[in-house]
Design a protein around this ligand. Structure first.
Ligand SMILES: CC(C)(COP(=O)(O)OP(=O)(O)OC[C@H]1O[C@@H](n2cnc3c(N)ncnc32)[C@H](O)[C@@H]1OP(=O)(O)O)[C@@H](O)C(=O)NCCC(=O)NCCS
Length: 379
């Protein structure tokens, strides 16, 4: 394309799709799914209600929610060959395992080759049920235990914790994870959702689109940041005195090293999701009798916000929240995917509904055209 058309670096503020799913106002710190404010959803809705909302663009009745819960429960048992494959893979990052096994799930999905709206909806539900089972089973194997069969009587968050630990979780842990899943479910045209929509716009299958999204979420600038936050806290040390924390953060900032869990492409004020995760980190810490990770996080927040005017994003307080829930660090980004698969699939369903291939242009910066071609023996 002619070089007088310049791209916006990182497509910042470029509107690249029309969508009825997620409303985001970065200046005011507003996030809403299909018009419902995230604060109301975090307070009053379960993850399953949010899934229904994203897929149908309206909240479910009690009967509709019951049907969805049954469909999710039916989807949760993993195909035996997928569990065998998981056991046979070499030690790998949790996101790599999730990417490979989500791809493998397509081979056992009876709707895999069917791109009708009905089949795609069934696959959206199935993938949402199965991804949670994949991550919980992976965590279980990592901890040296055997896979645990899902309990159809449990909701999505409780069943995840049960399959991960082998113990039925208490109400506080269940609600904390449920809220985290609600908060992570969708976020407009974030990088992984954009990747999913680009894939869906070729009319490829839903599994392929979700696999692309998982690979995109893995990056440290996106979902990978939540695990990096916890690694940073652990590196600083649970007993780190305040001045050591300050020095470590200041020295990183001075060297222009990014502090994971801060900054956002869209929000210019507090990420509304961080408000809930901060509170949960504190409440869970108090309940566990150890608020140290929360206090360290608070200290880092005061410093980074004070010195750089950067606010914590969804990943910052997820780290101490998940840690206090006893979830291994390697599962933090996969848990993001366990929730975001609802948003990815909702966006793909929307893309399929009114599709046009997504095919932008580049601003060409290479050698001038035309170059004289020399055959191999003359170069
Ligand atoms: C989220 C993120 C990728 C947004 O990126 P972006 O919109 O492209 O913003 P930039 O990376 O261009 O950052 C703009 C400025 O803020 C600084 N900045 C952004 N995030 C920062 C962070 N977490 N720590 C320190 N400085 C940061 C950049 O160094 C840059 O400074 P400069 O203008 O002096 O060079 C970025 O803030 C980041 O990398 N955060 C850390 C990773 C993270 O938490 N990701 C999860 C996002 S939900």
């Amino acid at each position: 394309m002619s070089s007088d058309v310049k791209p916006k670096a990182g497509l910042e503020d470029v509107v690249a799709a029309s969508s009825a799913i997620c409303y985001l106002d970065g200046a005011r710190g507003v996030l809403a799914y299909c018009g419902y404010d995230i604060h109301d959803l975090a307070q009053g809705a379960s993850f399953e209600e949010v899934c229904y909302l994203l897929w149908h663009r309206r909240l479910p009745s009690r009967a509709e929610l019951g049907d969805l819960q049954s469909q999710l429960a039916a989807a949760r048992p993993l195909p035996e060959p997928v569990i065998r494959l998981m056991k046979g893979l070499p030690p790998s990052d949790g996101m790599d395992i999730l990417r490979t096994l989500t791809s493998a799930l397509a081979h056992y999905d009876t709707d895999a080759a069917d791109n009708s709206p009905q089949a795609n909806y069934r696959k959206a539900v199935r993938l949402t049920g199965q991804l949670a089972s994949l991550v919980a089973t992976y965590g279980r194997l990592q901890a040296g235990g055997g896979p645990i069969q899902p309990d159809p009587a449990l909701g999505h968050a409780a069943n995840f914790l049960y399959m991960l630990t082998g113990t039925r979780p208490n109400a506080l842990s269940t609600r904390a994870l449920d809220i985290a899943l609600v908060l992570h479910a969708d976020h407009e045209l974030n990088a992984s959702t954009f990747a999913a929509r680009v894939a869906a716009a070729t009319l490829t299958d839903l599994h392929s689109a979700v696999v692309g999204a998982i690979g995109t979420l893995k990056g440290p600038l996106h979902g990978g940041a939540n695990a990096d936050v916890m690694r940073l806290l652990i590196e600083l040390g649970e007993d780190a005195p305040p001045d050591r924390i300050d020095d470590a953060i200041r020295s990183r900032l001075a060297k222009k090293v990014k502090i994971p869990g801060f900054g956002h492409r869209v929000y210019r004020t507090e990420d509304p999701r961080a408000t809930h995760l901060r509170r949960m980190s504190r409440e869970l810490g108090e309940r566990a009798g150890n608020t140290r990770w929360y206090e360290m996080s608070q200290r880092i927040e005061r410093l980074v916000t004070g010195e750089k005017k950067l606010y914590p994003n969804v990943d910052f307080y997820s780290a101490s929240t998940y840690y206090t829930l006893g979830i291994p660090v390697d599962l933090y980004t996969p848990i993001f995917a366990v929730s975001r698969v609802s948003g990815w699939t909702a966006h793909c369903l929307e893309q399929y509904e009114n599709n046009r291939l997504i095919r932008p242009r580049t601003d060409y910066l290479g050698p001038q055209y035309p170059q004289t071609f020399l055959p191999l023996d003359q170069r």
